[in-house]
Design a protein around this ligand. Structure first.
Ligand code: ARG
Length: 471
């Protein structure tokens, strides 16, 4: 096989051809490559390097190629190394030697950098839609099971009650930031490298700005060496993908635990579960586990990409070809994880009774009881101590905080070092107040700040999320 022109004698060793080939993977860039070529041809025409009729023939040939790519009828020739060589050769088959003028003032180095930015742009647009889909699924469940009360945890121990809607809206916040990160990445990546040539800049008076505009870029890259060798936009994208996967993996982990019968907070739909080849009893939340597992692969893509760039001298080095496997794989994983998680979340059956029963364990309204004492003038630290003794007493008696009797409450107040607390000992209204604060509804309602779990705050947050997501 001879590919590389007159400088070469003989053919490329088969092992080298196999080793350097990338067309199996970079054929994913075909549509972007053709778009870039069409814009480049127009640029060559504007620069007087092609006659108008030559521009027309080249563009018509490229458009025909685009249709074949879209129809999936193009045959990728493994002997032609990559997508760029394949497309140029396919164009020659269609329009003849005029195809040899296409690569004027262009290198595969600025070409692939352009293709990859175009690919990333449209991929980010698709991912943004998938994230919105996931957010909408979370919002729908938050609306559907809006009243469900969850025993919120810290240190994996029962902490304070929260609305399930509040919990799901936490993920909506994360995903919304993920969208912002992708948009940032897209903004920085959206500059055209075309005209940078192999490394030093094209040797023709190309109007780079006009070509960039035609391709929907916001401008042109300012340094040719940087343009052909920069892949920080790939790192940024992978970082955003990885973080989004990390967010999904946290929810995946929770769904896996919540669906364990010990918790029984949710039932994963049969259609989003798989069974065991041996244990007839099993119903496993495998999609959630795979989301968790695939997050590892995307994190690996990010670290791999950073390692690829580390110490790489200017300008283009062939190492850069290795940017595509991690980028393509990570984007595909994120997209499929988002869509499968959206389906899983939407089909979850929430067991409000089980959740509520669990919220009755662990004295998770204790903070609300302490807050009630503070509202009566007791110092928080003293209130913390007093309620701690309530909890110990309730635990000994095997009852909830809302069942403590007046005498127990009075005894704890009397031994406090807080003078206000001591003065409250004979207060007839206080025990009832404290028991009301110990009820789940009271505790929930008391977290009445922006971003808190009080039902009216959650309702406002839900309304804001719905408006943002066009629901
Ligand atoms: N397949 C190559 C890549 O993805 C295209 C650029 C090749 N450039 C070169 N000088 N060999 O990076």
């Amino acid at each position: 096989m001879r590919l590389w022109g007159g400088r070469f004698e003989g053919t490329t060793d088969e092992r080298v051809a196999d080793f350097t080939r990338s067309v199996e993977l970079d054929c994913a860039l075909a549509a972007d490559d053709i778009a870039g070529s069409i814009a480049h041809v127009h640029g060559l025409g504007r620069a007087g390097l092609l006659a108008d009729d030559e521009v027309d023939v080249l563009v018509a040939g490229l458009e025909e190629l685009r249709r074949d790519v879209e129809a999936g009828t193009i045959q990728w020739d493994p002997a032609l190394e990559d997508v760029h060589m394949n497309l140029e050769s396919a164009l020659r088959e269609r329009i003849g030697p005029l195809a040899g003028r296409l690569h004027t003032g262009r290198s595969r180095n600025d070409q692939v950098a352009t293709d990859l930015r175009l690919w990333l742009r449209r991929t980010i647009d698709g991912l943004d839609e998938a994230i919105v889909g996931m957010e909408r699924a979370l919002v729908r469940v938050a609306v559907r099971d809006g009243e469900a009360v969850l025993p919120g945890t810290t240190h994996i121990q029962p902490a304070q009650p929260v609305l399930l809607a509040h919990h799901f809206l936490a993920y909506v916040e994360m995903l919304e930031r993920d969208r912002g990160r992708l948009a940032d990445c897209r903004r920085r990546a959206n500059f055209s490298p075309l005209g940078s040539g192999a490394l030093a800049g094209a040797g023709y008076p190309l109007d780079r700005e006009a070509t960039a505009r035609e391709l929907g870029f916001d401008g042109v890259t300012a340094n040719s060496l940087d343009a052909v060798s920069d892949r920080d936009f790939v790192v940024e994208a992978l970082a955003a993908f990885a973080l989004s996967m990390v967010h999904l993996s946290r929810l995946a982990e929770e769904i896996a635990w919540w669906s364990n019968p010990r918790f029984g907070f949710v039932r994963v739909a049969d259609s989003f579960s798989t069974g065991s080849s041996m244990m007839p009893n099993k119903k496993n939340p495998d999609p959630a586990e795979l989301v968790r597992g695939r997050a590892a692969r995307v994190i690996g893509s990010l670290t791999g990409m950073l390692a690829l760039l580390k110490g790489l001298p200017l300008a283009y080095q062939r190492d850069l070809q290795e940017d595509k496997p991690p980028l393509f794989e990570a984007a595909a994983i994120l997209e499929s994880s988002l869509t499968v998680m959206a389906g899983m979340v939407e089909t979850l059956r929430v067991d409000r009774e089980r959740m509520r029963a669990a919220a009755g364990e662990g004295y998770i309204t204790a903070t609300a009881v302490a807050d009630a004492l503070v509202r009566r003038g007791v110092a928080f630290r003293a209130a913390h101590h007093i309620v701690g003794t309530f909890v110990a007493e309730a635990e000994r008696a095997g009852i909830g905080l809302d069942a403590l009797d007046d005498a127990t409450i009075a005894a704890a107040l009397a031994t406090s070092d807080d003078s206000v607390a001591i003065a409250l000992v004979g207060d007839g209204a206080l025990p009832g107040e404290l028991r009301a604060a110990a009820a789940l509804e009271g505790a929930l309602a008391s977290c009445d700040v922006v971003g808190g779990t009080a039902p009216r705050r959650v309702a406002a947050a839900l309304a804001a999320a719905k408006a943002r997501l066009g629901m």
